[in-house]
Design a protein around this ligand. Structure first.
Ligand code: UT7
Length: 344
């Protein structure tokens, strides 16, 4: 009976649970416990591209900073690459019990089931929630923010975040303005609750009116042309520099950090010139900027975890270092996350 002794006993248990969840939410922080990467063996060099379109190694190096990109072979799907990165990240984090799998991708193996469900099956983690996020090149930052929210609210203790992309499957191999830029690869991270350090600030956003700058579909002036990755290079370039600066300055302000004081700036790897222009405006010295685009090209949402994993393997991060990742992408979307390095 509503209002009877049993009802009030249950309500009191419930309010105690809510109160303790609120306390937990106040004190819980989410940390990034491990980051790992996988790049397919196939290599597409600038010399290979010279044989395909009217371009040159010197033009590509000078305008983009890219020397080579990796290309997945037949059967090497987005979920396959994601699983390889995920296994490494799980092992590095000490194989904690995972409560949810979040995957960021714009190139899932199939429209559905999601890449996250395919990865869950391959990892034999049946039962836990698994879903994809499509935020294009900003995907990893969106994935961090969603995962952090789940951990801070007490919904999950550990999350496997995978960013995997087969960008070469979307490219128009006759368009020299885009086909030289993109590559394939995957990164993965395990996030977990930490008592100190961890994520201290996050910013994200989107502006659907800028969707025409970079999209998958026919050419803007030819509705009968095939669906491929299309990009207005110069407009995207301008948007990229502005967005990097705004979102990075914003997340640093939220963290109470001067951008010039951060130890590592790890931007989405779209073009070395975009990164250099943004770092200069933000006053971040280039030796604190992680760049690996030379060996990967633009791998969309996988680019930040690939850069993080490469820099971590070089021993660049110390516990407590201030790290800021920032991205912009199709949509337009953007995101940035600031944290104190936790990964072992
Ligand atoms: O993840 C986010 C998505 N993407 C980006 O952030 C990319 C943003 N944009 C860019 O990175 C640059 O705009 C590009 C790298 C795409 C192009 O560089 P740019 O300095 O903006 O070159 P441009 O588009 O102004 O083209 C300059 C010239 C043109 O020739 P003309 O018209 O001056 O004769 C292009 O046709 O360079 C030509 N060009 C090329 N030449 C050799 C364009 N692509 C190539 C190429 N090789 N691959």
């Amino acid at each position: 009976m509503l209002g009877g002794p049993r009802f009030w006993a249950e309500m009191s248990t419930l309010s105690a649970t809510v109160a303790s969840t609120e306390v937990t939410a106040r004190v819980r922080r989410a940390g990034i416990l491990s980051v790992a990467a996988h790049l397919p063996d196939g290599i597409l060099s600038n010399a290979d591209l010279e044989a395909m379109v009217d371009t040159s190694d010197s033009w590509i190096m000078e305008r983009t900073g890219i020397r080579l990109r990796h290309r997945a072979g037949a059967g090497e799907t987005t979920s396959e690459m994601g699983v390889k990165a995920a296994r490494r990240a799980l092992e590095m984090a000490g194989s904690p019990k995972i409560d949810a799998i979040v995957v960021t991708t714009i190139t899932p193996d199939t429209r559905f089931p999601s890449a996250a469900c395919l990865i869950q099956r391959k990892l034999d983690m049946g039962g836990i929630p698994a879903f994809d996020i499509n935020a294009a090149c900003s995907g990893f930052t969106y994935g961090l923010i969603v995962s952090e929210g789940l951990i801070r609210s007490g919904v999950a203790d550990h999350i496997l975040l995978v960013a995997a992309e087969s960008m070469t499957s979307l490219v128009d191999w006759e368009d020299r303005g885009t086909c030289v830029l993109f590559g394939d690869g995957a990164g993965a991270a395990v996030l977990g609750a930490v008592s100190e350090g961890g994520i201290v600030a996050r910013r994200w956003g989107a502006d659907g009116t800028k969707g025409h700058l970079i999209y998958y579909g026919p050419k803007p002036d030819d509705a009968d042309s095939p669906d491929k990755l299309r990009m207005a290079g110069k407009g995207t370039f301008r948007m990229a520099v502005e967005t990097f600066c705004d979102v990075t300055a914003g997340v640093c302000a939220d963290a109470g950090w001067d951008p010039a004081s951060i130890d590592h700036f790890v931007p989405h790897q779209a073009n070395q010139r975009i990164i250099e222009a943004a770092a200069k405006r933000l006053g971040i010295p280039m030796e604190r900027v992680v760049i690996n685009i030379t060996e990967t090209g633009n791998t969309s949402s996988a680019s930040i975890p690939l850069a993080l994993a490469a820099a971590a393997a070089q021993g660049r991060f110390q516990r407590g270092d201030r790290v800021v990742v920032a991205a912009f992408g199709a949509g337009a979307t953007w995101g940035a996350v600031a944290w104190e390095w936790d990964a072992v």
